[in-house]
Design a protein around this ligand. Structure first.
Ligand SMILES: [Zn+2]
Ligand SMILES: [Zn+2]
Length: 124
């Protein structure tokens, strides 16, 4: 499988939660449908790419799904963190996050959960 952004090769990275795909050149991450929710817990250890390079590739938004043939991916914006722009395939629902984006995405989501349960509420 080849990276939809830089056309580098994805490598399989073994994690405690299964194997993930990470681009060897730009550090972008590919997630099959719903994998991104399972892998949030270990986001920091898998999103090891160069954040600045990720920001450069974030500009590249006209890409095709690396899994489906001739399918343009949709440009998405994370609803709770609008600075995070990722691509999603309308056919297989896979997602692509540029380097640095997934760790960022996971960070706020965890604090959101804590907030929901009142853990981060200010003590009066
Ligand atoms: Zn790449
Ligand atoms: Zn697809």
């Amino acid at each position: 499988m080849f990276c939809p952004k830089c056309h580098g090769k994805f490598e399989h990275v073994q994690t405690p939660l299964g194997v993930i795909d990470r681009c060897q050149s730009c550090g972008g991450l590919w997630f099959d449908v719903l994998e991104h929710t399972d892998l949030k817990a270990i986001a920091k250890s898998i999103d090891t790419g160069d954040k600045e390079l990720g920001e450069l590739y974030n500009e590249e938004r006209d890409i095709q799904c690396p899994v489906c043939v001739n399918t343009n991916m949709l440009n998405m914006v994370d609803s709770s963190q609008t600075h995070i722009q990722f691509e999603s395939c309308p056919s297989c629902h896979g997602r692509f996050y540029d380097a640095g984006e997934f760790a960022d995405f996971a960070k706020l989501s965890i604090s959101d959960v804590l907030k929901r349960f009142g853990i981060l509420k200010k003590k009066s």
